[in-house]
Design a protein around this ligand. Structure first.
Ligand SMILES: Nc1ncnc2c1ncn2[C@@H]1O[C@H](COP(=O)(O)OP(=O)(O)OP(=O)(O)O)[C@@H](O)[C@H]1O
Length: 257
């Protein structure tokens, strides 16, 4: 795929109100269609990075461009439209637990409807059909009318992936998508993310604790420590020592140079 910048961070810093530095002077470009994994110790700033990209957090300085448009500066309708281009996958799935699987997947379309229509559940027939097809793609067509909280953790995460498919974003930010899942289920969830990346060209940025999953799925790896990028390279060129170093609190560069 041609190198077209999809996410650009320009000297991005984030200081929380209590003075904690979340991100420090991050310069980063992620191109369309990349599958990037972010690794780092707990508290390194991985979630802050993802949440700044879709502006769940406001950054303190710098700029973030999504497909060439500044999400930092946009307001109102423009911000809503930019956010529609960014799907989120969370560790805790973020489903409406007492609602049906179908309804949860339809939520992915909410940003395409006026609010009053979604309040009264007035989704179009086409979107209901799309939701069903999205569930087929993650092997959950038989769960369409089940309540979300009747599903296993892995199935719930795949409902969240079907919801992202409905949203049809350009980018998926996955914040520890497998942290509450067993190893086998984790692979199935990551396979589904890979499907969105390969089949639909969605750019994926995923925070992962597991080095094994990072190695298996990431094309590029970004190491974060104390709010800074300390490693950035192609997975195939990344020696094991980089991971050891990052997880031992080192700067991830020593043996990679
Ligand atoms: N709302 C907040 N207010 C103040 N400080 C915060 C807030 N959220 C995060 N932090 C701090 O910012 C730093 C980065 O946190 P962040 O959650 O981004 O790290 P992380 O790498 O995602 O960690 P984990 O893997 O544990 O989720 C930490 O020092 C954390 O304590």
């Amino acid at each position: 795929m041609a190198d077209k910048p999809m996410i650009q961070l320009k000297d991005v810093s984030k200081v929380y109100d209590n003075g904690t530095v979340g991100l420090k002077d991050i310069k980063l470009t992620i191109n369309k269609g990349e599958f990037v994994v972010v690794v780092g110790l707990s508290g390194a700033g991985k979630s802050t990075l993802l949440r700044s990209i879709n502006r769940l957090h406001n950054i303190t300085s710098g700029d973030i461009l999504i497909d060439g448009k500044s999400i930092t500066k946009d307001k109102g309708k423009n911000l809503r439209n930019l956010r529609r281009d960014i799907g989120m996958i969370f560790q805790n799935f973020n489903l409406v637990k007492r609602s049906s699987v179908l309804r949860n997947v339809l939520v992915g379309r909410v940003a395409y409807y006026p609010t009053w229509k979604t309040t009264f559940n007035l989704f179009s027939k086409e979107d209901k059909q799309r939701a069903y097809e999205a569930l087929q793609k993650v092997d959950l067509a038989d769960k369409v009318y089940a309540r979300a909280d009747e599903l296993s953790g892995g199935q719930q995460q795949r409902v969240a992936i079907a919801r992202v498919l409905m949203q049809d974003p350009k980018i998926i930010l996955a914040d520890e998508p497998t942290a509450s899942l067993d190893p086998q289920t984790s692979i199935k969830v990551m396979d589904d993310l890979k499907m969105l990346n390969e089949k639909y060209g969605m750019t994926v940025l995923a925070n992962l604790h597991s080095v094994e999953l990072a190695r298996k799925f990431g094309q590029r790896v970004i190491g974060i420590r104390a709010g800074q990028v300390v490693y950035d390279g192609k997975m195939e060129d990344t020696p094991e020592s980089v991971f050891t170093d990052i997880y031992n609190g080192g700067d991830g560069n020593k043996e990679a140079k």
